[in-house]
Design a protein around this ligand. Structure first.
Ligand code: 13P
Ligand code: SF4
Length: 312
């Protein structure tokens, strides 16, 4: 029996749901019950009936699932699957930052550790960050963390002047440069342009995005699932995609008549790619590695996560 068939058999026997992020390798996406963005995966974790969640993504995502579903067993195939963005801020650094802005409302991207989430008022993802900041009264200062590109995009879209932004970045998205994008857009004259708000070029093209145009081109700033949904309903044939290249697999699978061009072929997250069929199988077989969050941290982090889940 192939490894994929073994995994599918084992997950049924052990009552496991497999959740996978859009950046996972194709083989993992093939065995998953649900593939999506951070928000979608958190929502699936909240509503699953299965006893165990095998989380094929990075550690902070599995931690979020463990917080939302405290009575489920959450497994991750490789504990080293981290995130360079979530590593840019610790709970201690956040406490210090908060002490410098008493009364400020803290909004943190889901790409943070559970300890950091426990210090937040709101958690957000790329798909709902703008709406969350819009929901905060105008007279309140906002501390936004840890992604500076997403932060400046949100501050532009909400026209917020009293927003302070942590200087963190994701090395994968920061590595997609305006020049890469320009080259691809020149090459594919009719392509629409889809960009993830973590990309470093967001700041320079933000105004154009706000008006729905980039150098005469249709442009959309979207979460990974937002991109998946957008390309399906668009009438265009060609799309330049500025995010991690793992997303292209399902895009091409679901839209065989359309063309998807990565803004940068080298935009690969090595943490996401640590999950393989081999370690997913071992994880199912040996019930490893269980992701747990200390109850007091989980209780506090849950408040911010629940607010994120309630605002779409
Ligand atoms: P999404 O929430 O858009 O899936 O992004 C998560 C992430 O880690 C992007 O690098
Ligand atoms: Fe983290 Fe960047 Fe990888 Fe997303 S792509 S998981 S933000 S390192």
């Amino acid at each position: 029996m192939s490894l994929k068939s073994e995994i599918l058999k084992l997950k049924k026997e052990k009552d496991v749901v497999i959740l996978a992020h859009n950046y996972q390798i194709p083989d993992i996406q093939d065995v998953a019950d649900y593939v999506g963005d951070s928000l979608g995966l958190a929502r699936q974790a909240a509503k699953t009936d299965n006893n165990t969640i095998l989380f094929c993504g990075v550690h902070f995502m599995a931690e979020t699932a463990a917080i939302i579903s405290p009575h489920k067993k959450v497994l991750i195939p490789d504990l080293e699957a981290g995130c360079s963005l979530s590593d840019t801020i610790t709970a201690e650094q956040l406490r210090k930052w908060k002490s410098e802005h008493p009364g400020a409302v803290t909004v943190g991207y889901v790409n943070t550790t559970a300890e950091v989430k426990a210090e937040l008022d709101y958690c957000c993802t790329s798909s709902n960050a703008v709406n969350i900041v819009k929901a905060i009264p105008d007279d309140k200062q906002v501390l936004f963390l840890p992604d500076m590109f997403l932060g400046s995009y949100v501050s532009k879209m909400t026209n917020r002047k009293n927003m302070y932004i942590w200087a963190g970045e994701c090395h994968v998205h920061a590595g997609i440069k305006s020049q890469d994008i320009q080259e691809k857009l020149n090459q594919y004259a009719k392509a629409e342009f889809l960009i993830h708000p973590e990309c470093s070029c967001t700041t320079s093209i933000m105004y154009d995005v706000a008006v729905g145009d980039y150098k005469g081109r249709q442009v959309q700033m979207l979460s990974t699932q937002g991109m998946m949904d957008y390309v399906k309903q668009s009438k265009s044939q060609d799309f330049v995609i500025a995010t991690e290249t793992g997303i292209l697999y399902r895009m091409r699978q679901q839209n065989p008549e359309k063309r998807f061009i990565p803004a940068s072929e080298t935009a690969e997250c090595q943490y996401m790619k640590m999950i393989t069929l081999e370690n997913a199988y071992a994880s199912l077989m040996e019930d490893k590695y269980q992701v747990t969050v200390p109850p007091e941290i989980a209780r506090k982090a849950r408040i911010a996560i629940d607010r994120m889940l309630s605002i779409s």
